[in-house]
Design a protein around this ligand. Structure first.
Ligand SMILES: [Cu+2]
Length: 498
């Protein structure tokens, strides 16, 4: 009964966006399902078990059916796909499909998308982290109805026992002898006691189950950070339980010895000065034992928010948060490797408000925006283009860590952080694991779905598209990073979301 009630409560729940990047739980992916390019949005449920809403829009009009199925991302469960369910095709927009899926377990899952059309079948695997974001309270009216039913049933039980003792062995038409009254009273008292005991035990079970579930609600892991005298940032890591499942399962711990590299780095660290969101560094600390270390670049004094992205072996993405306080500026060291960012000098806040951002070498990046205001909860493709001073498309883009671009989207109060790419909002490492889980017969389609520039030196088109959906209204700052002639350049755009 307990589970049944829980189900009822889940069905009555309304959507509230919370955590997983940070404050941006929904999953956006653009990739190729065989011959078809599709933009997939998975709105993950608030609670597990819960219903995930899957929306897929094909770029071409030759897709006739889309089927969706949930399964584990890694391990044996990733080999046995359940029967896929057909997504409903929109009557107004025949390229748009919508389906819903029950997610029954916590952890690192995937939604397998099967597209069927005139060019044959194709598959795309979309990794999703299945976590409980909150516990859902029972609606008052439902609680009142159930309480009333419980009282009626309890009285009925007692009166049935009393009636059985009083009239159970009477001949038809006879009346109960007066001497039975004491026995009837005794039976009714005993029945009341038994019913009350059963209700108490039920209440205990209910509370124990609710308490256990509350322990599964995902809380964003916090990381401790310190800066040494020589300007080295140290992130102290200890195995942390991510409250998303069974603490006995290894994948429910952030084990820092068991991370997988995500575009060549174990950790992507973002330092953002707050308030102001004016200084932004995208760094890649080295693991040393139980901690991560990073030589800091030149940084002005201030309060910095830390967002540290790692990917667990199961493909489960984790963003840890932390803070550092710099009482005085750091001279810092020159950037090395893939480290990049902007130091807050020389770019005025007004510059970010424009849809056209001047890069340090005088070239420009444009945010190709619609005239309509940005809407919270609406999936869209963020389009950017890079031009030279004369306004011609830039020809010198190179892959930056294997991708055409990296972007960090930050709500200016720090409540939302998302690290996104042209493939979407999932880490590349999780995306690759998902495609690798497709059976051998589907592998060819998986390779085609790698919507990334794999080889260094490959030429990249100066038009960049990134699928995303802003989770809630407010002011955001979008940092878009591209690599040109060996140099990473960061453009800054402000976005007001209604
Ligand atoms: Cu990135």
């Amino acid at each position: 009964m307990n589970r049944f009630l829980l189900l009822l409560v889940i069905l009555g729940a309304s959507a509230l966006p919370v955590c997983a990047h940070v404050g941006s739980p929904d999953v956006f992916v653009e990739g190729n399902a065989g011959p078809y390019k599709v933009f997939v949005t998975v709105r993950v449920p608030q609670v597990i078990p819960g219903i995930a809403e899957v929306e897929a829009r094909s770029e071409s009009n030759d897709v006739t059916e889309i089927r969706v199925a949930p399964m584990q991302l890694t391990g044996p469960g990733s080999q046995y796909a359940p029967a896929a369910e057909s997504a409903e095709r929109s009557k107004d927009d025949p390229q748009f499909f919508r389906g819903s899926l029950w997610l029954m377990e916590f952890g690192s899952l995937q939604v397998r998308i099967e597209a069927d059309g005139t060019a044959g079948k194709g598959w795309l695997a979309v990794p999703i982290p299945a976590i409980a974001q909150r516990t859902l309270p029972m609606h008052r009216s439902l609680g009142a109805v159930l309480f009333a039913l419980m009282i009626v049933l309890a009285f009925a039980m007692v009166s049935i026992v009393a009636a059985a003792v009083r009239e159970g062995n009477l001949a038809p038409g006879a009346t109960a002898p007066a001497m039975r009254k004491r026995r009837v009273r005794f039976a009714a008292a005993l029945a009341s006691f038994v019913v009350a005991t059963v209700l108490c035990l039920g209440g205990l079970w209910w509370r124990a189950d609710a308490h256990q579930y509350a322990g599964h609600v995902y809380t964003i892991p916090e990381i401790e950070a310190g800066v040494s005298a020589n300007g080295q940032l140290i992130l102290y890591t200890k195995p942390m339980r991510i409250a998303s499942g069974n603490p006995r399962r290894p994948e429910d711990w952030i084990d820092f010895r068991d991370l997988i590299p995500d575009h060549e780095h174990l950790m992507h660290l973002f330092l953002v000065r707050s308030p102001g969101t004016d200084v932004f560094w995208h760094l890649h600390p080295q693991r040393s034992g139980d901690s991560f270390t990073q030589n800091l670049p030149a940084m002005p004094a201030g309060h910095y928010q830390i967002f540290a992205d790692v990917v667990l072996r199961s493909g489960f993405p984790v963003t840890m948060i932390g803070q550092i306080e710099l009482a005085s500026p750091i001279t810092g060291q020159a950037l090395t490797g893939d480290d990049s960012g902007i130091d807050g000098n020389g770019n005025s806040p007004e510059a970010a408000r424009s849809a056209e951002y001047s890069l340090p070498d005088g070239d420009r990046m444009m945010w190709e925006r619609d005239t309509q205001p940005l809407q919270a909860g609406v999936p869209l493709i963020l389009r950017f283009s890079v031009t030279d001073r004369a306004g011609n498309p830039a020809q010198d883009l190179q892959p930056y860590m294997g991708m055409a671009a990296h972007a960090a989207i930050i709500r200016t109060d720090g409540s939302v952080f998302a690290h996104v790419h042209p493939t979407g909002s999932v880490p590349m490492a999780s995306f690759e694991l998902a495609q690798a889980s497709l059976p051998a017969s589907l592998e060819e389609s998986a390779h085609r779905s790698m919507n990334m520039a794999q080889m260094e030196g490959e030429k990249i088109a100066p038009e960049i598209s990134i699928p995303y959906g802003f989770p809630k209204a407010g002011d955001y700052r979008v940092f878009v990073q591209v690599k040109r002639v060996g140099q990473v350049q960061t453009a800054v755009f402000d976005a007001n979301v209604k």
